[in-house]
Each structure stands twice: as C-alpha cells, then as structure tokens.
Design a protein around this ligand. Sequence first.
Ligand code: ADP
Ligand code: TRP
Length: 316
Amino acid sequence: MNKKILLSGVKPTGRPHIGNYFGAMKQFVELQDSYNSYIFIADLHALTSVQNKDELRENILGVLLDYLAIGLDPEKVTLYKQSDVPQVTELTWILNCLTTVPYLSRAHAYKDAIANGKEPSVGLFDYPILMAADIIIQDADVVPVGQDQKQHIEIARDMAQKFNSTFGDTFKLPDSLILENLATIPGTDGRKMSKSYGNTIELFATDEEISRSVMSIVTDSSGEKPENVYAIHALLKDKESLDKLYEEKKGQYKELKEVLIEDLKKFITPMREKRVELAKDKKSVLEVLKAGSDKARARAEKKMEEVREKVGLKLS
Ligand code: ADP
Ligand code: TRP
C-alpha cells in the first residue's frame, strides 16, 4: 500500500516547550507509522529572527536532538535540514513571480508585524512562500501544524493551484492536519505559552526548572479550580481522574501544583535522559541528518527538473 506523504517542520529558534510538543510535535511521532513522513529543521525560516552564527548552529543541532528524543524513528521518518535542499529556495523564487504583493500582505504574521510597529524584512514578508515551497516540492498530502499555521497551509494550496493553472498540473494540493479540539496551551502567566513571552515550561526541563515553572503558575482564587494548572495538567491525565483529583483537593492550590510537578517529572525525565544520551554521540546524530537530507534533496531535485521544464528554463 502506498502511504500518504506527511511533511512538517520546526524552526530552530530556541528551546521547545510543552505547548510546542502537545500543539504540534507529538503528532509527528503518533503519525510516523501511518504516513510516509518528512520532518525537517526550518533553518532558513529561523533566519528571519536568529542572526547569530553560534546560536543558529546550536539551535539546529538542538531541534535534531529534540526530534530523536521525542521518539521520531529515522528508519520511518526522513529527517532533514531545510537548507540542505537548495531546490526549495529555487522554487520559492519561481513562486514569488506568481504571487502578488497585495495577496501576501494579507498574511497574519506580516500584518501582526506591521500592527506592532515593526519594519518587516523581505524575508518575513516572503516567509509563507518559502513554506509553500517546502511543502509542495515534496508532494505532501498532509501537514500537521498548530492552529496558528493554518493560513500558511492555505497559502501553500493557493500556490500549488496557481502554478498548476499557469504551467500545467504539477503539484499536489496539501491539507493541514490540526488538532481542532486542542485549546491553546496556557503559559505560567495564563497567556498563550510562547517562547516570546518567557512563560514556558520547557519540554526538556530539569526537575528544578519544572518545580520553579509550576510554582510560578498564576492562579485565580475566585474560581472553582486553578484553571491554568488544570489546563496544563489535562495534557498529562485523563479527564476523569483529573476531575476526581481536583475535587478531592479543592482549594488546595499548592498541593495540586505539587501533583502537577510530579506528573510533569514522570513525563519529561525519560525524554530528557534520552536527549542527554543522544547528545553524547553527535557523529551518529549528524549521520542521520545527512542521510535524510540526501534523500529529501534527491526527491526535490526530481520535482524541480519537471518544474524547470514546464516553466521554460530548460532548453534541451
Ligand atoms: P512560540 O510561540 O513559542 O514561538 P512557535 O511559533 O515556534 O512557538 O510554534 C511552533 C509550533 O508549536 C506551532 O505549530 C504552534 O502552533 C505550536 N504551539 C506553540 N505554542 C503553543 C501553545 N501555547 N499551544 C498550542 N500549540 C502551540
Ligand atoms: N512556520 C512553521 C512554524 O513556525 C515552521 C515551518 C516552516 C513549517 N516550513 C514548514 C511547518 C512547512 C510545516 C510545513 O511552526
């Protein structure tokens, strides 16, 4: 049976948190048996915000270790680095020429940057087109992402359609795969958990870091239960046992936090230890990446030969 193609990526912009994991990364692991998966490190996208050589290099290796530590199996999944597939940037240029400025000006990330008084780079403006190229060059059927990436997948569909109608049928139209019932995971301050707010519980936190983060979760004493503690706890326990626990310990916010700390430790410790082990053998880890990148690049090149021919860039 021919499996469908799944593709997704994570930007190497800093340490991942449990919001990233439950919102997006966990699905990569759960779906690795049912799909032919391509999971990559979006290092070119990271350049829109990380402009420091040592930091970027460390973050790229970091995402690779994260992928392996959460349980992605290189035997099943092609793990690669975006910049190892230069065909992606070649396709980005061709797609750029099929895109209008008003169309891209409606993208959320760009509009938010403008609304926040920032002066966006051309790279930030073009971010969705680079992402479209990532997706369609590998003929992806489905793209698992968090809610906030939905518009980007729609743009990728539009670009595939635009190319097909201009030059003839070439690209598949990808679908997003979004955990619809997963609410945005709150951070320790009650806002969306996000690297940019400094309110995260890190996915590979040490025991002390877990305790410190959980103890800092803001609780509202007017409610029935500490909502933010409960929302994070709900990621780790089924609803029935959780409701029982919160009923038994009604009003005992400190005790409830202590249970959450223990549950987080149980969940995080094995992954953190695996990550430490993997980091000791950098050579093998980099070999995994090279093999994946070689495979992804060969596929992309095959697709680009077709594209160059259809566009008229190829003479013979
Ligand atoms: P951050 O906001 O911390 O910078 P990213 O924008 O890098 O996170 O998000 C990476 C992925 O993780 C995206 O697919 C996003 O939807 C998901 N994600 C990030 N934060 C959360 C959250 N608080 N709840 C659910 N999913 C999240
Ligand atoms: N923009 C995505 C994020 O911030 C990362 C990404 C880049 C991506 N290219 C992609 C995700 C292609 C899925 C498919 O999370």
